[in-house]
Ligand binder design. Structure first.
Ligand code: NOJ
Ligand code: CA
Length: 699
């Protein structure tokens, strides 16, 4: 009898333990993560913030080519927990120190029928949750193909959402603000003919970072961190259930990922707060990335740059040397068009301008042969990355730049031919080292080669990282245009300073441009993954284009504010030198504003509406403030309590002039000088589509 009782109670204990293990909770501050295993053994999770549901119970798991039900029939083998609270210093960034505090819970699962293992690691931060799948080393699952990842995010309401289409090849769409249930990208994709390559087969798919606001005031951001050796995750919206489901970008034959265990997927991230400012201040994505892999970083120098660029974007000059791809002169050379921008004299003009204004770099696009038919032909071998056009005297230019203390920035446009770039990469970087280039801007305009691959698929994700690693080997800083959107890998590769991967200022040059709310949305979406090379600083807001009505959709003062609100450690002053010289008083802000910061305070924020950010210069007592608004005028009203107590500062306020307006009167600005301290308030009127920039220099 006693034996029977002991056996029974052991059984009870065992099944109780099993059941207890099937439901797990972990929390930090207001954030709570719940894990559960359904009756059919499928893993689920949910997230709450301060008792409010953020993600309702949502599925986890996969279909694999070799196991189509790797999402059910699991048992919990064990659960591990730990917590961490550390501080680390980024090589550059928005703050000098970053706190990494989290509670980690790893759920070890085993598929009962096959014995295959899968771990799910959850990290709970005070501002959200990250989780990833880990495939441990195991005999039953070594090399395998991911057919689909089934991760879902079942939202608790029909939130206001800021989205671009989930396109396999581009992030360069304008944002739509709508209810979750109204997501439908078909019309936007069809009409976005200015975007070179569009592949968006699912009209209900959106890109991440996806920003949402709930009716009860929660701000929710979904993205991913540490995207390595895996395709990008886009999200399919099911309006009936308000469920966002992972959609991995496929490869040329329709598979999603090729995996060799042990393997960890990227982290899926959910950042949440009841304050919009907290979303922008979150370091969750960076914290989920690995520390720097670089042996040394003392060669990495954040800087501003000007470039031979806007004049081609606006049609004043060309990248190509000749107007003909195939006709040659009698001597067999290209026939010069006479409007090639990257000629020695013009480059020296930009170097002079940079040197005069303490701007560290000069980017030169269109310097190398190949631009006559560079794009649109899906041609593999376009550029060799080392052969200058005849009017670009690299020896003279290098000497001139060195003599003026200016660094040249290399331009390697691949026209999407990653295979060609891969083959030439060592040659290209050796060439940069030989000629003293400290940074490179890459580009991937066009359909990808290997043909059938996409900009955001696993193959290309690995290619961008290969480039970052190669650049690091040669001590070159990297700014990638048209790559997959960033996921915090700038922590691991701090020489990978910036990416485009969004609709930049350039769309104001060659297309209908960016709506006045565009720059109030980008920090909550694309920039959640990392810095953006937005190319701010256009001063000539109208009259630069031959297309009637084409103009930048901001005031001039707002262009200045973007140097603070749109963070990048490689930051361009994008307009022509003559347009800066015409407004040298306003240009003073661009001369002064730093690109590396000790601290950042988000003072006012509402996605799609407005943004005010103050940043403290690295290693100095000075602060710089940027405020922007959408199409509506507003009054910025902030307390300067972040200034050192008892210290006086000279504040120079660059603001919209009386009657300024992005459409009718965009170039009107006023400059005012004040003395301020930590007791002061700053109240500045922002015009419709306007902004203000303030330098606050310690006296
Ligand atoms: C698109 C890039 O975004 C732009 O900055 C560059 O000038 C062109 N491609 C040419 O490479
Ligand atoms: Ca682009």
């Amino acid at each position: 009898m006693l034996q029977k009782f002991i056996a029974c109670s052991c059984l009870f204990c065992f099944s109780y333990t099993l059941r207890a293990q099937q439901n797990q909770t972990a929390s930090l501050g207001k954030v709570q993560l719940n894990f559960s295993l359904d009756r059919d053994g499928s893993p689920n999770y949910s997230v709450d913030y301060g008792g409010k549901p953020v993600v309702l119970s949502s599925r986890l798991g996969f279909t694999l080519a070799e196991d189509s039900t790797f999402y059910r029939g699991f048992q919990v083998r064990g659960v591990e927990r730990k917590s961490t609270d550390t501080v680390w210093q980024p090589v550059w960034g928005e703050t000098r120190e970053i706190r990494d505090k989290y509670v980690e819970m790893t759920v070890h699962l085993q598929e009962a029928a096959s014995g295959k293992l899968l771990d799910i690691v959850f990290r709970i931060f005070t501002d959200g949750v990250g989780f990833r799948y880990v495939f441990p080393r195991q005999d039953g699952l070594r090399y395998f193909v991911v057919s689909d990842e089934l991760t879902q995010f079942r939202m608790a309401g029909d939130h206001k959402t800021f989205w671009i289409p989930g396109d396999y090849d581009t992030n360069e769409y304008p944002y739509t603000t709508s209810a979750l249930s109204a997501i439908d990208n078909a019309a936007l994709v069809a009409s976005s003919t200015a975007i070179a390559v569009r592949v968006a087969p699912d009209r209900y798919a959106v890109q991440t970072p996806l920003m949402m606001k709930s009716a009860d005031g929660l701000y929710i951001n979904i993205h991913e961190a540490a995207l390595v050796n895996y395709p990008a995750m886009q999200l399919h919206m099911d309006a009936a259930t308000l469920t966002l489901s992972a959609r991995l970008v496929p490869d040329a034959v329709g598979n999603k990922a090729y995996v060799h265990a042990p393997f960890s997927t990227p982290w899926r991230t959910i950042i949440v707060s009841d304050k919009a400012a907290d979303i922008l201040s979150s370091k969750l994505v960076l914290n989920l990335n690995e520390p720097s892999k670089l042996a040394t970083t003392d060669w990495i120098h954040p800087m501003k740059f000007v470039g031979i660029w806007w004049e081609m974007q606006t049609g004043k000059g060309t990248w190509s040397y000749s107007d003909y791809a195939d006709s040659l002169s009698a001597s067999g050379g290209l026939i010069p068009s006479g409007h090639h921008s990257a000629n020695t004299k013009n480059v020296e003009r930009y170097i002079d301008f940079a040197a005069r204004n303490h701007i560290g770099g000069v980017l030169v696009e269109g310097w190398n042969v190949g631009w006559e038919d560079w794009f649109g032909n899906w041609k593999e071998n376009v550029f060799d990355f080392v052969t200058p056009y005849p009017d670009f005297d690299i020896r003279a230019i290098t000497a001139y730049a060195a003599g003026h203390g200016v660094k040249l920035i290399m331009h390697n446009e691949t026209s999407g031919s990653a295979t060609n770039y891969d083959r030439q990469m060592d040659t290209a970087f050796r060439f940069m080292t030989a000629w003293g280039y400290g940074a490179v801007k890459t580009g991937y305009v066009g359909k990808i080669i290997p043909r059938g691959e996409h900009h955001d698929g696993q193959w290309m994700v690995n290619h961008y990282i290969r480039v970052a690693e190669k650049a690091a080997q040669y001590h070159v800083m990297l700014d990638a245009h048209e790559p997959v959107r960033p996921t915090g890998l700038q922590r691991t590769y701090p020489n990978w300073m910036a990416c485009e991967a969004a609709r930049g200022n350039e769309y104001n040059a060659f297309a209908d441009g960016n709506a006045p709310d565009h720059e109030t949305i980008l920090p909550f979406t694309r920039l959640m993954g990392g810095p953006m090379d937005y190319t701010p600083g256009i001063f000539r807001i109208r009259g630069y284009s031959s297309v009637p009505g084409r103009q930048v959709h901001t005031t001039l003062a707002k262009q200045l504010a973007l140097y603070v609100t749109m963070y990048s450690p490689l930051q361009m002053a994008a307009d022509l030198p003559e347009n800066y010289e015409a407004h040298s008083d306003a240009f003073q802000f661009i001369r002064d504003v730093p690109v590396d910061w000790d601290d950042t305070k988000v003072l006012e924020a509402e996605p799609g509406d407005y943004l005010t950010i103050a940043r403290k210069e690295k290693g100095a007592a000075n602060w710089y403030l940027g405020a922007i608004t959408d199409e509506n005028a507003r009054t910025m009203n902030v307390a300067l309590s972040f200034l050192d107590k008892g210290r006086k500062y000279k504040a120079v306020v660059y603001k919209d002039g009386a009657g300024a307006d992005w459409k009718q009167n965009p170039e009107s600005y006023a400059i005012e000088t004040l003395t301020v301290d930590s007791q002061s308030k700053l109240v500045v009127k922002l015009a419709p589509g306007g902004g203000a920039a303030v330098s606050i220099v310690a006296l």
